[in-house]
Design a protein around this ligand. Structure first.
Ligand code: SF4
Ligand code: SF4
Length: 329
């Protein structure tokens, strides 16, 4: 496990349009799980209930987006394909903990050779299932199997498609040339076939959420895509992340100041399973955002992974507390 990963990907030429505008993060910040650089008590989040168990299916992806938080690409296998057997071990444990939902994220989940078995295993156990996908070729190879799963599970199976922006230009600046038309085609297929469908987008620096939702709504209308852009569960708009850029640390006093509650933060209700290359078996980490960070690896089983999470990473501040984002449905 390494604390910080170096970016080494076939990213589209040029900087990401979603780059965070801030100075460099001072080294003394986020260095002690108990206290901040100013010596104030650091905020932490207790697990209230494991509502959602995320399974990371592996980092390999057919794309190499400029600011992919998990640094996926066609060659990065830092997180191995999760096997059906490993997935089932964790799903069985989650069932005993009253978990409602299995989330599948990558990389591109449909590149994992066991993905259909994992999907069936989750649905057969009665979980709701949320799959994050770019809706491109890897997903389209499985059209017949997906239709069969949809016929059996109905709206218990949701696919959430990443469409980084409501314009082709910005989407392709982030995701690479020819990524827009394929994603739109995949979205239209899912919509026409009646899948429970959601879209994940991002806000450009300075772009207001209201205007972004209006623009997505116009796009979905024009393309006959059945997604309600005004429903935050159906169009999820994420804030930006960059762990190298400065951000305030979150203290115990911040909850009152910001009017936020620890129980609303993602790691209060979820965990993620990752299988890192070089490790004999999968591990449980605090959340989808921190597969590699030291201090956020919680053990080999879900039972071991119930401890409070100290918000000792820039993503905790920028994405979860100040940005207010949650990955779940
Ligand atoms: S499609 Fe998703 S997982 Fe793949 S590189 Fe882009 S952001 Fe990362
Ligand atoms: S980044 Fe992860 S560990 Fe940190 S607050 Fe968010 S969900 Fe919790």
């Amino acid at each position: 496990m390494s604390e910080t990963r170096t970016k080494s990907r076939n990213a589209p030429a040029g900087a990401s349009p979603f780059a965070v505008e801030a100075g460099a993060l001072p080294a003394e910040k986020f260095s002690d799980p108990q206290v901040t650089a100013k010596g104030e008590p650091r905020a932490s989040v207790p697990l209230t209930k494991l509502e959602t168990l995320w399974l990371n299916t592996g980092t390999l992806c057919n794309l190499a987006c400029a600011s992919c938080y998990i640094e996926s690409s066609p060659t990065n296998d830092a997180l191995l394909y999760l096997s059906q057997a490993h997935a089932e071990r964790f799903m069985n444990e989650a069932r005993g903990m009253g978990t409602r939902e299995i989330g599948l994220t990558g990389g591109e989940p449909f590149m994992n050779p066991d993905i259909l078995a994992i999907l069936s295993g989750a649905l057969d156990r009665g979980f709701d299932v949320l799959v994050l996908t770019n809706a491109m070729k890897p997903m389209r190879r499985h059209e017949a199997a997906l239709l069969a799963l949809r016929a059996e599970a109905g709206d218990r199976l949701t696919l959430r498609v990443s469409l980084d922006h409501h314009t082709k230009t910005v989407h392709e600046a982030e995701r690479g040339p020819r990524s827009w038309d394929a994603a739109m085609d995949g979205l239209r297929w899912l919509s026409v076939c009646g899948f429970s469908l959601a879209v994940a987008g991002r806000l450009l620096p300075g772009e207001g959420e209201g205007e972004a939702r209006e623009a997505y709504a116009a796009l979905f209308e024009a393309e006959s895509i059945r997604v309600d852009a005004h429903d935050p569960a159906r169009l999820v708009l994420f804030p930006e992340m960059d762990e190298s850029k400065d951000i305030a640390e979150i203290t115990t006093a911040c909850w009152g100041i910001l009017g936020k509650r620890p129980e609303d933060i993602m790691c209060a209700t979820s965990r993620m399973v990752v299988h890192r290359k070089g490790e004999p078996s999968p591990r449980v980490v605090s959340c989808t955002l921190l597969p590699y960070a030291e201090g956020f690896d919680l053990g080999e089983t879900l039972a071991e992974a119930t401890e409070d999470i100290a918000l000792n990473h820039p993503h905790c501040a920028r994405f979860c507390v100040l940005g207010g984002a949650s990955c779940s449905a």
